[in-house]
Ligand binder design. Structure first.
Ligand SMILES: Cc1ncc(COP(=O)(O)O)c(C=O)c1O
Length: 227
């Protein structure tokens, strides 16, 4: 058996998508017109699958700032912060985000995927426990795999099931870190956060909320479901 033979079922699936005209890798926009529209050849199409909820990619002040930043500082930092130090603009952005949330500190990652890898793999250490909603985004699962904590899944949006799992782990050493999403990427529903927070308090656990889809969308002032 060759190295690539294990991909045969996947290749078959790919061929089926090709045949049905549903292969996402063949979709390429010739021109993006706005946060919600693009052109493929002469055809104007709607972008229904993107998460550009706030339309910030076309916000004039964001565009102007991006142009000014690349003109003054180049198109990349050419090295990690840990090796080279931070750019002032990144520091200001983190300060502004921390102030927005009323927190002492903020940290910016390049993507949501990297944020989850960084946060989840470090917050829950070797002898700790991670409690993940069964329908968590792939980046949450990947973050858990990158770290050394023991992973327990609980039923989607079920504070009762979470409480049961925490009860079973009660005498286990280590911290318990719960991870939920403000709005679920795969299902579009909201976490019952008040109930999750009550369970967290009862068992002395910690709660991480991924607000990837709820920042600027939920809450009276756009601070997400936690607001
Ligand atoms: C809940 C959640 N977290 C993290 C991510 C990853 O974000 P990014 O696409 O910026 O890597 C996504 C992506 O949609 C997501 O839905």
């Amino acid at each position: 058996m060759g190295l690539l033979d294990k991909f045969a079922p996947l290749a078959e699936q790919y061929r089926r998508h090709e045949a049905a005209g549903t292969n996402p890798f063949t979709v390429a926009f010739d021109r993006v017109l706005s946060p919600t529209e693009a052109m493929i050849g002469d055809k104007r199409i709607l972008l229904l699958g993107t998460n550009n909820y706030l339309g910030l990619t076309y916000d004039p002040s964001v565009i102007d700032s991006a142009i000014a930043a690349t003109r003054s500082s180049g198109s990349g930092t050419t090295g990690s912060r840990i090796a080279n130090g931070s750019y002032g603009g990144h520091r200001s952005l983190e300060r502004a985000l921390a102030d927005f949330y009323g927190r002492k500190h903020g940290m910016v990652f390049s993507t949501g995927y990297q944020a989850n890898l960084g946060i989840i793999s470090t917050l829950a250490g070797k002898n700790d426990h991670l409690l993940l909603d069964a329908d968590s985004h792939a980046s949450i699962y990947d973050g858990a795999r990158l770290g050394y904590a023991q992973v327990t899944r609980f039923r989607h949006n079920s504070p009762e099931d979470l409480a049961n799992r925490l009860r079973r782990l009660k005498d286990e050493p280590g911290d318990k870190v719960i991870v939920v999403e403000g709005i679920y990427s795969m299902l579009g529903d909201k976490a019952p956060l008040r109930e999750f927070a009550a369970v967290k308090r009862e068992y002395g656990a910690y709660l991480v909320v991924d607000e990837a889809h709820s920042l600027g969308v939920l809450g009276e002032t756009g601070r997400g479901l936690t607001e």
